[in-house]
Design a protein around this ligand. Structure first.
Ligand SMILES: Cc1cc2nc3c(=O)[nH]c(=O)nc-3n(C[C@H](O)[C@H](O)[C@H](O)COP(=O)(O)OP(=O)(O)OC[C@H]3O[C@@H](n4cnc5c(N)ncnc54)[C@H](O)[C@@H]3O)c2cc1C
Length: 558
């Protein structure tokens, strides 16, 4: 590594397990591996430990991810499918990972996602087999129509899951609009069926974001069961033959090593897990040798199979000053902040992505092919104003929508052997026409919903796509010019049995010993939903694999 000889290399001891990356997966995994103090666990995190009280406020998520201190702030290479634009890809860089500023929506995906994984050769990953692991971490707070006991929810975990208490009046009108447009209402997207529209479940409890850090890691660190090392960026894996026995990391200007007696588990996320593998000589031999990295294991799938959801939003101005934009005035913002911290109530204590749903653009699909979200606020960049400056312009609503199972696949590659160098991320967004056409049809359906009578009272002009965007060609051009990442990067070290897979069905890296991956990188396909819940489920399963425990038996409620 460049400059290595200039720095000291310090030996920082040995642990049973070393976990790299304190994100959605790593925070849960480290705590589980510690097993109540029976195993020693070191958790390395490149980002800071804390100090941002505002991150507790769920509604501010959309603004706080703009803080570069807590964000890897990746951009793609220019995307031909999106008019050559470089797309912003935020990723959390702080203890807590991307969960510190994500939308906190808790959505597991469709049961057929997991049955498909099992059919692809991933024994043990059918819906029936993964359901107990979703339930194990969950503390479900809101009874659905079918009750707490519909069999799909866990009540005894630590990860809070519940619905917004006071949805905005626009959200209520939106749900009536969905009904008026002929779509079913659904109060449990993680329950018996996924189709339909309703209020989302969120990882929020008592007005605060409930991350895996808060739910699992913080208590384990407080009890001394996990040694958390913040500001520690892993730079390469250490080996003895084909066994991984430690990690080199950089803190400040110093390189350290930490040894793992049993295993190293990578939870550095879908961008940085493949980066660390490649820096360590695990990846496509041709790519590695071009950069002067010695190949330890030729695994051509490392960094390939990059998937994400691309969304575009329909945006309307409002005719009444009732949107969540109401809170973006100094006086109300101050009152709402106090309300949140003192009483754990009020608009700032809820996510702005209150409702949405799953629908199909064509008949006969095994799972809904699109998701739409309803956001009763004009946009995440809205500024806080003086009370007298509030106008109708500060009010509106957004409807981002996207295809659930995009066909486009991209890749991540190193630029050099220097860990401090950026990576090239090329998602190849919209490289398949299918993705463009599905998005186009989703926009038409979204417009149909927003045009129904229940929203007549509130609906102002459609700002985007706008009245001039009508034909299929015009909608497609709008998508290419406005498509953005849905922030669901995954799949870059996929589980499987084919030549492009990186880990086996117990998440062990093919051909290596003592090395596992347990984050969003391993999903062989992107799920029909958001990607946090599935990542947490992966970490739950990884903990049992690493501890040698028999899988929890499950069944799907009749
Ligand atoms: C803005 C945004 C909104 C989102 N909204 C939602 C939502 O509402 N619902 C949902 O389900 N999903 C959502 N997601 C996606 C979800 O947050 C991710 O899928 C999930 O957090 C991935 O978890 P992970 O553990 O794989 O990675 P992360 O949570 O990103 O964690 C990786 C951690 O590893 C650390 N790290 C990286 N490299 C190194 C290294 N070399 N050494 C040490 N540490 C390292 C990082 O700093 C980070 O803390 C959103 C994502 C974003 C970015």
């Amino acid at each position: 590594m460049a400059g290595k000889d200039m720095r000291k290399l310090r030996d920082n001891g040995a642990f049973d397990f070393v976990v790299v990356g304190a994100g959605s997966a790593g925070c849960l995994l480290a705590a589980r591996l510690a097993d109540g103090g029976r195993n020693s666990v070191c958790l390395l995190e490149a980002g800071r430990k804390g100090g941002d009280i505002l991150y507790d406020l769920p509604m501010l998520a959309g603004r706080l991810y703009l803080n570069p201190k807590n964000n890897w702030s990746y951009h793609t290479v220019p995307q031909p499918g999106l008019n050559g634009r470089k797309i912003f890809l935020p990723r959390g860089r702080k203890v807590g990972g991307s969960f510190i500023f994500n939308g906190a929506q808790y959505i597991r995906g469709n049961r057929s996602d997991y049955d498909q994984w099992a059919q692809m050769g991933n024994k043990g990953w059918s819906y029936e087999e993964v359901l107990p692991y979703f339930k194990r971490s969950e503390k479900y707070l809101t009874a659905s129509a079918s009750g707490f006991t519909n069999g799909y929810h866990g009540l005894n975990g630590h990860l809070a899951v519940g619905k917004p208490e006071n949805p905005n009046v626009l959200t209520q009108a939106f749900l009536q609009a969905c009904s008026a447009a002929g779509f079913p209402l659904n109060d449990d997207f993680n329950g018996p069926r996924q189709e339909g529209f309703g209020l989302y479940d969120f990882n929020i409890s008592d007005g605060r974001r409930c991350t895996t850090r808060r739910a699992f890691l913080d208590p384990a660190v407080q009890k001394g069961h996990v040694t958390l090392v913040p500001n520690a960026e892993a730079t390469r894996l250490l080996f003895q033959g084909d066994a991984v026995d430690g990690v080199e990391y950089q803190a400040g200007d110093t390189l350290f090593t930490v040894r793992a007696r049993r295993e190293v588990v990578l939870t550095a996320g879908a961008m940085n897990t493949p980066k660390l593998l490649m820096l360590s000589g695990i990846g496509n031999a041709e790519h590695l040798s071009a950069l002067g990295i010695e190949t330890r294991r030729h695994l051509p799938g490392v960094g390939e199979n990059f998937m994400d959801h691309i969304n575009v939003a329909i945006f309307h101005k409002a005719k009444e000053m009732v949107s969540l934009g109401s809170v973006l005035r100094w006086d109300r913002f101050a009152a709402a902040t106090l309300n949140t911290f003192l009483r754990r109530r009020g608009p700032l204590s809820q996510s702005a992505l209150e409702a949405g749903g799953f629908f199909s653009t064509r008949p006969g699909l095994e799972a809904p092919d699109c998701q739409a979200v309803f956001v009763p606020i004009p946009g995440t960049a809205a500024k806080i104003k003086a009370p007298w400056a509030e106008t109708l312009d500060d009010h509106g609503f957004l409807m981002p929508l996207w295809p659930n199972r995009p066909v486009s696949r991209g890749r991540i590659a190193l630029r050099s052997a220097n860990p401090r160098d950026d990576i090239d991320i090329d998602p190849r967004f919209m490289s398949y026409r299918d993705d463009l056409e599905t998005t186009r049809e989703a926009v038409k359906i979204g417009r149909r919903i927003l045009a129904t009578a229940p929203l007549d009272r509130y609906r102002g002009i459609e700002v985007s796509p706008g009245k001039d965007v009508v034909t299929d060609d015009e909608i497609e051009a709008f998508i290419r010019e406005n498509g953005k990442s849905g922030h669901h990067a995954c799949g870059t070290a996929k589980m499987g049995v084919d030549a492009m897979s990186v880990v086996d069905n117990q998440l062990r890296v093919h051909g290596m010993r003592n090395l596992r991956i347990a984050d969003a990188s391993v999903t062989p396909t992107i799920v029909t939903g958001n990607t946090n819940a599935v990542t947490i489920m992966v970490a739950e399963r990884a903990s049992d694999f690493a501890l040698g425990r028999a899988p929890v038996a499950g069944s799907v409620p009749a």
